[in-house]
Ligand binder design. Structure first.
Ligand SMILES: Cc1cc2nc3c(=O)[nH]c(=O)nc-3n(C[C@H](O)[C@H](O)[C@H](O)COP(=O)(O)OP(=O)(O)OC[C@H]3O[C@@H](n4cnc5c(N)ncnc54)[C@H](O)[C@@H]3O)c2cc1C
Length: 590
């Protein structure tokens, strides 16, 4: 049932009270609803892959708006329960999940095989692994319904990556067949335990000790934040006895939940966290009591190896934020078009229209940015060094900005629904709760901003690769008025100069977030102008590029009216339902 049919069924209510409330997006197809995604995918995927995979995007879009949405609602209301002991008093700890969560696992790990789709052929009938663009587009659709489960899905995917890349053959032969399986009842899922009480950001403070006894590694210590706490295999950092302090002394280990003889490994899930969001998924505390683990790769490169997983997770977090923001925008739009106040639908009011644009802008920015980053990943996987350097900077940019933007977007969408947005029966309340974790895990906003400025810009010079890539896109955007292209080019130069300066002068460190935001905003504006210039793409993306220049990268007098005529015209077009040709927006760009 689509949203309007949903609304019609409400009008059947005898006192018509229900019809006075705005409907939500339940029952719609989230792919069909997403004009941006549908138009951009052919730009970032090969023709063959797009044609082959589009039915899967459509199928997942329908599931996300339908069954998955129902299951996600239930799983959020029935969080996992830890049983620390069995009835005989044995420390056989286990976690019970609601049937709704288990059913979603079936869709994710069995039907779509998210965890394996970029490692082997066979997922979704493909004769080779899926491109990164397709994988992240599928994650984006899934998360519009269910956010919590994407953590175990993604961390299984990224654990497989690390084991394939760094583990020795024996360990690979032991773990990979189980982890790559599409049989939900038998497969092994992965996770990552890094944070301890002594430090999340300050990983070098890790206190877990690894002791080698008779050729076997035994781990002792406490892991403080362990999402997907009952995973079958966890990747973690520990310090081998005698290794130096700080990050240099950390080694990477794989910790199986069950030993080869079938018995429980020597660690316990001490308790589960009572969390603000991601409530369907179990995050716990783990006590390692001489647990058996396998060394992964070089004992002296533990953190360096682990950072590959962190970076993959950061990209996925950016995609998840983009997904939740899209859901927020869809909810806000359907609400604004049907809720009546003072005799008019609320979308007709200028203040509300402005609010909708404020929600829309970061949503569309994050969509362009994640597709661009994923396409860089595809080229990097094919051996393109420039693309790898591009991905180096795009990953923390997306994680930092999209996750941060998710919070005001979720709050904004809640506000558009009015009081009902605050009530847990509607999805908005969950979206507000879930939005906040993005600025914490896999590095807080500060840690990601520092990574961008001090390392990606200061050490790797990745901003120059970004500048070259964006410059090339501007060269290709010949259909965009030259004056607007020049503005974009000029702003790009300034953003790069600012980032370089902050990277070079230690005294400017407090500007790292501003400098990182500048890079994100100009990159997304250039992408949108380029996308708008492509045949068949909605040219309204160029209007969004202008909004970025004015509102994110320009200066405004807080004591003067902010809306020029162009903004009223732009809002009219952006809030309409139709595709727009470039000719219609050219005058607004000039
Ligand atoms: C629900 C949930 C699930 C999680 N799951 C996992 C998991 O599965 N595995 C895992 O390993 N971890 C997990 N984490 C941990 C998470 O990654 C950390 O909480 C996060 O990295 C922050 O670390 P911290 O809590 O120690 O905060 P701190 O590092 O103490 O940071 C506190 C504040 O100081 C700031 N700060 C720190 N250093 C600097 C600096 N140099 N400059 C400026 N500001 C700075 C931070 O930005 C932050 O605002 C999870 C956390 C939560 C909440």
């Amino acid at each position: 049932m689509d949203a309007l049919a949903n609304q019609k069924s409400l009008t059947g209510d005898p006192d018509r009270g229900a019809a006075r409330l705005a409907p939500d997006c339940a029952g719609t197809n989230f792919y069909a609803l997403d004009r941006g995604l549908r138009q951009l995918l052919p730009l970032y995927l090969s023709n063959g892959d797009f044609t082959r995979l589009e039915p899967q995007f459509d199928r997942l879009g329908a599931l996300a708006g339908g069954r998955l949405d129902e299951l996600a609602r239930l799983a959020d209301k029935h969080p996992p329960i830890l049983h620390p002991r069995d009835r005989f008093g044995r420390d056989e700890d286990w976690i019970d999940y609601h049937g709704a969560y288990r059913e979603m696992e079936g869709v994710a790990f069995g039907d779509f095989q998210f965890h394996a789709m970029s490692h082997r052929a066979g997922a979704l009938g493909m004769d080779r692994p899926l491109p990164a663009v397709a994988k992240y587009a599928l994650q984006y659709l899934f998360v519009q319904a269910e956010f919590g489960l994407m953590c175990p899905i993604s961390v299984t995917d990224t654990s497989i990556h690390l084991i394939r890349k760094f583990a020795d053959k024996a360990l690979q032969d032991y773990l990979l067949p189980k982890m790559l399986s599409g049989d939900v009842t038998a497969m092994w899922k992965g996770t990552q335990f890094m944070t301890e009480r002594a430090g999340g950001s300050d990983v070098g403070a890790i206190e877990t000790v690894a002791r080698c006894e008779d050729g076997e590694w035994r781990l002792t210590g406490d892991k403080w934040f362990c999402s997907h706490a009952d995973a079958d295999v966890a990747l973690l950092l520990a310090r081998p006895e005698g290794a130096p302090s700080g990050t240099k002394g950390l080694a990477l280990f794989a910790l199986p939940r069950r030993l080869k003889n079938g018995r429980r490994n020597s660690y316990r899930i001490v308790r589960l966290k009572d969390k603000l969001g991601t409530r369907s998924m179990a995050s716990g505390e783990i006590r390692l009591e001489g647990a058996t683990a396998y060394l992964v790769g070089d004992a002296k490169s533990g953190l360096k190896q682990m950072m590959e997983q962190v970076n993959l997770s950061r990209l996925s977090h950016g995609v998840r934020a983009a997904a939740m923001m899209r859901r927020c925008l869809n909810e806000a739009m359907i609400c604004a078009k049907s809720r009546v106040a003072f005799g008019k639908t609320i979308i007709e009011y200028p203040l509300l229209r402005r609010q909708l644009l404020k929600i829309m802008l970061p949503v569309e920015q994050s969509l362009s940015m994640f597709l661009f980053a994923a396409s860089a990943m595809d080229r990097a996987n094919d051996g393109d060094k420039d693309a790898a350097n591009l991905l180096r900077i795009l990953t923390p940019l997306l994680k930092f900005r999209a996750c941060r933007d998710n919070i005001p977007v979720a709050t904004g969408a809640m506000e558009v629904r009015g009081g009902n947005g605050y009530i847990e029966e509607w999805v908005n309340a969950r979206l507000v709760r879930d939005a906040h974790i993005g600025v914490l895990w896999e590095g807080t906003s500060n840690i990601n901003a520092l990574d961008i400025i001090t390392r990606a810009v200061g050490k790797s010079g990745a901003h120059r690769t970004l500048a070259a890539a964006l410059g090339k896109l501007l060269d290709e955007s010949v259909a965009i008025p030259v004056g607007f292209r020049d503005r974009l080019r000029g702003t790009l130069d300034r953003a790069l100069g600012f980032a370089e300066r902050v990277a070079a002068e230690a005294a400017l460190e407090a500007n790292a977030r501003r400098a990182a935001s500048g890079l994100y905003h100009i990159a997304s504006a250039v992408l949108m102008a380029w996308e708008a210039s492509r045949p068949g793409t909605d040219a309204r993306r160029a209007l969004l590029a202008r909004l970025i220049l004015e509102h994110r990268l320009g200066t405004q007098d807080p004591l003067a009216p902010s809306t020029g005529d162009w903004e009223t015209g732009a809002a009219e077009l952006l809030l309409s339902e139709r595709n727009v040709e470039l000719a219609e927006v050219t005058s607004i760009l000039e």
